[in-house]
Design a protein. Sequence first.
Length: 451
Amino acid sequence: MSSNPVAETVASLMPRAKAELTELVAFKSVADFDQFPRSESEAAADWITAALRAEGFEDVAVLETPDGTQSVYGRLPGPEGARTVLLYAHYDVQPPLDESGWTTPPFELTERDGRWYGRGTADCKGGFIMHLLALRALKANGGVPVQVKVIVEGSEEQGTGGLERYAEQHPELLEADAIVIGDSGNFRVGLPTATSTLRGMTMLRVKIDTLEGNLHSGQFGGAAPDALGALIRVLDSLRAEDGSTTVDGLTGDARWQGLQYDEEQFRRDAKVLDGVGLIGSGTVADRIWARPAVTVLGIDCPPVVGATPSVQASARALISLRVPPGVDAAEATKLLQAHLEAHTPWGARVSTEQIGQGQPFSADTTSPAYAAMADAMAVAYPGQEMQYAGQGGSIPLCNTLAALYPAAEILLIGLSEPEAQIHAVNESVSPEELERLSVAEALFLRNYAAG
């Protein structure tokens, strides 16, 4: 990184950043309180509250959002007449999944091979630390030239919409001229990237019932309708032979115009086993950024160990559908529900329950804020020009903010590059990326203030 005072300050703050991220990662702040204690999330919110107050933020508050979780808000006053920038991150994390698959404990930050491992290091506790580093660097080099608002969400991973509904009820709270969503990531380590589109999402539980109770498979199997077999047929109907998503009435042939994703690189990033093919058609970018994608997230059925020779009376699955830009998530939900009902065999009883939903998002990359970020990225990443990429994941808050504040410029950056393996075991963050992006964000705030 080229020498400049902001970069030098951020570099000097990295040991403190590591210590703080270690503390923050230690909170098991999964916002699924059937699996993890609510007290862990509340303790993480308290930690963030204290951190904002220590940085001189005013109006710091723990917001009780309608989904029963907490988000943390604070405002850092700027010079009179200065623009306002909202910085976003979330402190809730995905469950660690199979802890035996982690090389080191998921809630203990561990340095290994030049990366920091632990759940939330990249997604998105590291994003909050990035915001702190940027603000501290500016304070040490002439001050923060804009008014800053920070919002740190407590249930982003659950898709339950608590912060979106809270923002709609208090529209003045998060109003800003520009919004930096620190929950995205570079296309690859060392390549500065702004995310220009996000797929939306919908999640449905589907339940199939066929019998009043389980039956002996020897006595009744072959004629008695098997609910688990029916569910398997339904789930199989959601994919074509090549693995493409097939939801009746939902278009799946859009093309991605922009940065392309080399197929062999994708195989390496996704750690696809040798000999196993990718699914879908079109380019990789088409498939993961521009087209719908269905995933079966879980199935309720008897485990293999302890299973009995029974015809199953009931079975249930949780299904996620990623919704591409240009498609309304509510309409996609209706199409998915109709598809599941239409493809349920044997007259079995089927019911669906919506669990979460978020609209896709497209940014205006021609806005002045993007020019300011591109200039900042060029300094933080010498010799590299900022690229634009899509992201297959969803950040439902983006559309809420865009609707509430249509004049606001929304940028998406962050630490979740492919090597980070967010949502998987052994999630990690590159400290070099944290350092560079913190510099970029600081310089962006300075550029944007001067624009």
